[in-house]
Design a protein around this ligand. Structure first.
Ligand code: ZN
Length: 82
């Protein structure tokens, strides 16, 4: 059932998991939950299927109503504590 070829970097087995992906699009941050992504069991390299990438791109371009909107606090790492 593997739809993924072996890891490009280490030739490890790539297994699919549903994870969250953050995507910056036109200067804004979008989060997609439960995205099927192939993850190398050896080195953790993530591979996204072109079909999945295209689908997320389509949702953004169609300006689909999101399931929910969250606020994200942003900090500037200005200075380390002494
Ligand atoms: Zn790998």
């Amino acid at each position: 059932m593997s739809e993924y070829s072996d890891c490009y970097y280490c030739k490890g087995i790539v297994k699919e998991q549903n994870i969250s992906r953050e995507i910056w699009w036109k200067g804004s941050l979008y989060i997609f939950e439960n995205v099927p992504v192939g993850i190398c069991v050896q080195c953790g390299e993530k591979v996204i299927k072109p079909k999945a990438a295209k689908y997320m791109d389509l949702l953004l371009r169609k300006q689909t109503e999101p399931r929910k909107t969250i606020q994200v606090p942003v900090y500037e790492y200005a200075q380390s504590p002494a």
